[in-house]
Design a protein around this ligand. Structure first.
Ligand code: NAP
Length: 241
């Protein structure tokens, strides 16, 4: 599938970081793009910034919390109503929250797992009928190398991303005969404001959000016979340990 002015994409968590860079890359290739987030003010700032690069007003910004099934259903219905369908779902919205299990509250646990894993289920569940109606499409899940490299303080986050990797693979087998290609994009450290991890001085070695966005748009351009179902991307020269 090539990205064109007929392509409609929904990028969750598109108000900043990797999601914003992905929305921008999709727009630059002519797609219609809807972004979601929980913070209305950040969404509006992102919509204005994206619209400034897009002559055709093809940006839709929708407040929708991926943890809430009804929010997601409404957002997907809005995209389909306003853009005529849906071809690409990028499940990017995610949160960190790094605390040892003995100190972790149930609220901490649910915030991470409900966003990073259950939220992806909500979005896929709402989107798949519309992707099928178009004869196929893409679901791209932004996972993390933390899913296969667990670390102290990362129990919730690492578990959510390990779960997402398994979810992606199962779903890939489930829907590929419908022409829906599912892929997990699995980054290492990216220079964003993610969980206060920092994009300040001394972080130049990290990936840029645009590097991950490039992987996502390159995936979508793959020939229909080809399904790279998992792509890892990491900084080429991290600090030596
Ligand atoms: N940065 C890294 O080093 C790194 C590495 C590997 C993987 N990743 C993954 O990449 C993805 C994006 O990370 P990022 O670094 O770009 O993070 P970021 O800069 O913190 O952006 C996160 C985005 O997700 C949205 N979001 C958070 N909770 C949400 C919810 N419940 N519903 C809807 N939207 C929500 C945020 O919008 P609001 O604030 O408005 O909710 C924001 O747009 C995440 O899945 C993360 O796990 C990041």
């Amino acid at each position: 599938m090539s990205i064109s002015s007929n392509t409609v994409a929904l990028v969750t968590g598109g108000s900043r970081g990797i999601g914003f860079a992905t929305a921008s890359a999709l727009l630059a290739r002519g797609a219609w793009v809807a972004i979601t987030g929980t913070d209305q003010r950040r969404l509006e700032v992102a919509r204005v910034a994206l619209s400034a690069t897009d002559a055709g007003s093809r940006v839709l910004a929708l407040r929708a919390d991926v943890r809430i099934e009804a929010d997601v259903a409404q957002a997907v219905a809005r995209v389909v109503a306003e853009c005529g369908g849906l071809d690409v779902l990028v499940n990017n919205a995610g949160v960190g929250g790094f605390v040892e299990v003995s100190e972790m509250t149930a609220v901490d646990w649910h915030r991470v797992v409900d966003t990073n894993l259950t939220g992806v289920y909500h979005c896929c569940h709402a989107a798949i009928p519309h992707l099928k109606a178009r004869g196929g499409g893409w679901i791209i899940n932004v996972s993390s190398l933390a899913g296969s490299n667990p670390f102290v303080g990362g129990a919730a986050y690492c578990a959510s991303k390990a779960g997402l990797n398994a979810f992606s693979e199962a779903l890939m087998h489930e829907v590929r005969q419908d022409g829906i290609r599912v892929s997990a994009v699995v980054p290492g450290s990216v220079r964003t404001g993610f969980s206060g991890a920092g994009d300040g001085p001394g972080t130049d070695w990290k990936l840029a959000p645009e590097d991950v966005a490039q992987v996502i748009v390159d995936l979508i351009a793959h020939h229909p016979r080809s399904l790279p179902s998992r792509v890892e991307i990491r900084p080429s020269r991290p600090p030596r340990k």
